[in-house]
Design a protein around this ligand. Structure first.
Ligand SMILES: Cc1ncc(COP(=O)(O)O)c(C=O)c1O
Length: 458
C-alpha cells in the first residue's frame, strides 16, 4: 500500500499506519533508539520556515544565519579582548568567501585573511582596504606582490624563494615594506604541520629573520603560525602562544625588533562530529572561551612594554561559520539494501556536501515524522558509489518529497564544492531581523558553457 499523507490522515482523525519493523539489537552497543526518538523536527531556521525557504530558492539549498555568525564572532572577539588589549580577527576567506558572509564579518570589524590572488582580489572588491588584508599561502605571484606590497597588505612570507622575490620587488619599487614570516613548530595536541613557513625548532625561522635583516630592504612586522584545523585541545594554543611570545622576546632582545602583530592562525573545532570520534561535537567541542583563555595564558609570556604590545591576530574559520550554515535537502527515493538497512536517496551529494567525508553531520527531518526509526544510509543523487552523505544513522521513515536539514555545514562546503553532473545549488541568508535573501544563484547551463570553447574544426 502507498503511505498516506500524515497531515491528511491526522486531520481526518484516522490513526496513521506504521508498518512493523524488526531491528537487530547489537550486544554491547548503546541503545540508540532513545536518542533517535528524541529528535525534534527542524521546521524553521531562525524563525523562517524551511518550506518557505525551499519555495523561494529551491532544493537543495544552503542557508546561512547572520544572527549565528555575529554571535560567534562577538563571542570570540569579546573573550579575547577581555584578556588581551589589542585583538584582531581576520576572516579566513578560504573557509567561506561568499560576499554576503564576508560582509557580515567586515561589518563586525574583521580584517581579511587570504591565501591566493583570487581571494585577494575578491576581498579588495568587497571593500577591504589593502592594509586590512593578511596574505598567506605558498603561491604569491610577482604580479600580485607588486600590487600588494606598496599598498600595505601584510605579506606572510612562506619560504626563502618568496623572501628573495619580495626583496627584489621592494628594491625595484624603492619601498621598505613591513612583512611577516610564517612559522611552523611542534605543539602537543596538534598534528605536525611542517610544510608551510619556516621551522622554529631547527633554527630556520631565526635564519629567515637574519636574512631579512641582512637584506636591508624589509622590516619584520609580524609572526604568523597556523597549527592545523579542528584542534580540540585548547592547550595546544597555550603552547603555541607561549612559543611565539618566547620567539618575539628573543627577536626584541637580540635584534631590537618590535612586532606589530602576532598571528596565531585558525584551527578551533566547530560543533561537528568527526567520523572517528564517539561523542557528538555538541558535547566534545571546547567553548570559544576555553580557547581564548588558553591563548591569553600563553601570550602573557610576552615581555613587551604596555604601550608597544603587538596586536593579537586570529584567523579563525570553521569555528565562526560552521554552526551558522544549514543545508536543506529533499528525499528522492527510499530503497531497501540487501543487508536489510533502509537507504534514502537525497538531492544532495558529496560534491555539494564535501564535508560529509570528514564528519557525521547532524541531520534532522524538516517536518513532523511518524514511525519507527531504523538503521539508515543517506545517499546522494550522483551515479557514484562514493556518494554517501551519512553511512549509518538511526533515522525515522521519510516519504518522497520530505525534507531534511543538515546542520553545521557553513565551513568549506561552499568553497570546496564541486560542479559535477549537475548544478551547484543556491545559497540564502537569513538576516538578523528575519528578512531573507538569495546570496548565490543556483548554477545553470549558461554558467557552465560560459567557460567552454569548441575548436573551429569540430
Ligand atoms: C593560514 C590559515 N589560516 C586560517 C585557516 C582557517 O582554519 P580553520 O577553518 O581551521 O579555523 C586556515 C585553514 O586551513 C589556514 O590555512
Amino acid at each position: 500500500m502507498t503511505s498516506p499523507d500524515p497531515s491528511k490522515s491526522a486531520a481526518a482523525g484516522k490513526p496513521i499506519y506504521e508498518r512493523p519493523t524488526i531491528i537487530r539489537h547489537q550486544m554491547g552497543m548503546m541503545n540508540k533508539f532513545a536518542r533517535a526518538q528524541a529528535i525534534e523536527p527542524l521546521t524553521q531556521i531562525d524563525g523562517v520556515s524551511v518550506d518557505a525557504l525551499v519555495e523561494a530558492y529551491g532544493s537543495p539549498l544552503f542557508v546561512f544565519s547572520e544572527r549565528e555568525i555575529v554571535l560567534r564572532y562577538r563571542e570570540l572577539h569579546d573573550f579575547l579582548a577581555l584578556r588581551y588589549p589589542k585583538v584582531r580577527l581576520a576572516w579566513s576567506y578560504k573557509t567561506n568567501y561568499l560576499d554576503a558572509v564576508c560582509r557580515v564579518f567586515q561589518r563586525e570589524g574583521a580584517h581579511a585573511e587570504v591565501v591566493s590572488e583570487m581571494e585577494y582580489d575578491k576581498a579588495l572588491r568587497l571593500g577591504f582596504r589593502a592594509d586590512e588584508i593578511h596574505f598567506n599561502g605558498p603561491d604569491k605571484s610577482a604580479a600580485v606582490l607588486e600590487r600588494a606590497l606598496p599598498a600595505g597588505t601584510m605579506i606572510h612570507i612562506d619560504h626563502f624563494d618568496e623572501l628573495a622575490l619580495v626583496e627584489s620587488i621592494a628594491r625595484r619599487l624603492g619601498i621598505r615594506p613591513r612583512v611577516a614570516i610564517r612559522i611552523n613548530l611542534a605543539v602537543a595536541g596538534a598534528p605536525p604541520w611542517s610544510r608551510f613557513g619556516f621551522n622554529l625548532e631547527s633554527g630556520q625561522a631565526r635564519d629567515a629573520v637574519r636574512r631579512i635583516l641582512a637584506g636591508g630592504v624589509l622590516e619584520l612586522g609580524g609572526l604568523h603560525a597556523h597549527i592545523g584545523t579542528f584542534i580540540t585541545d585548547p592547550a595546544a594554543y597555550r603552547e603555541l602562544a607561549r612559543k611565539l611570545a618566547g620567539f618575539a622576546n628573543e627577536l626584541r632582545s637580540d635584534h631590537g625588533i618590535i612586532l606589530d602583530f602576532i598571528d596565531l592562525g585558525g584551527g578551533f573545532a566547530s560543533h561537528n562530529t568527526l567520523k572517528a570520534t564517539y561523542l557528538p561535537g555538541e558535547q566534545s567541542t571546547p567553548s570559544l572561551a576555553r580557547y581564548a583563555e588558553a591563548i591569553a595564558e600563553g601570550i602573557a609570556e610576552l615581555r613587551y612594554q604596555p604601550g608597544e604590545m603587538p596586536t593579537l591576530v586570529l584567523e579563525t574559520g570553521r569555528a565562526l561559520i560552521d554552526d551558522a550554515g544549514y543545508l536543506v535537502a529533499t528525499t528522492l527515493a527510499n530503497k531497501r539494501l540487501p543487508d536489510g538497512r533502509r537507504a534514502v536517496v537525497l538531492d544532495v551529494g558529496v560534491n555539494v556536501l564535501f564535508t560529509a567525508f570528514w564528519y557525521n553531520h547532524d541531520v534532522i527531518p524538516a517536518q513532523p515524522f511518524h514511525g519507527m526509526p531504523e538503521p539508515t544510509v543517506l545517499y546522494g543523487p550522483l551515479c557514484m558509489n562514493i556518494d554517501v552523505v551519512r553511512d549509518a544513522l538511526v533515522f525515522p521513515p521519510l516519504e518522497v518529497g520530505d525534507r531534511l536539514v543538515f546542520k553545521n555545514v557553513g565551513a568549506y562546503n561552499v568553497t570546496q564544492w564541486m560542479q559535477f553532473i549537475t548544478y551547484r545549488p543556491a545559497v540564502a541568508m537569513i538576516g538578523r531581523d528575519g528578512r531573507h535573501a538569495r546570496i548565490r544563484r543556483r548554477e545553470d547551463l549558461d554558467a557552465l558553457l560560459r567557460y567552454e570553447e569548441l575548436p573551429e574544426w569540430l
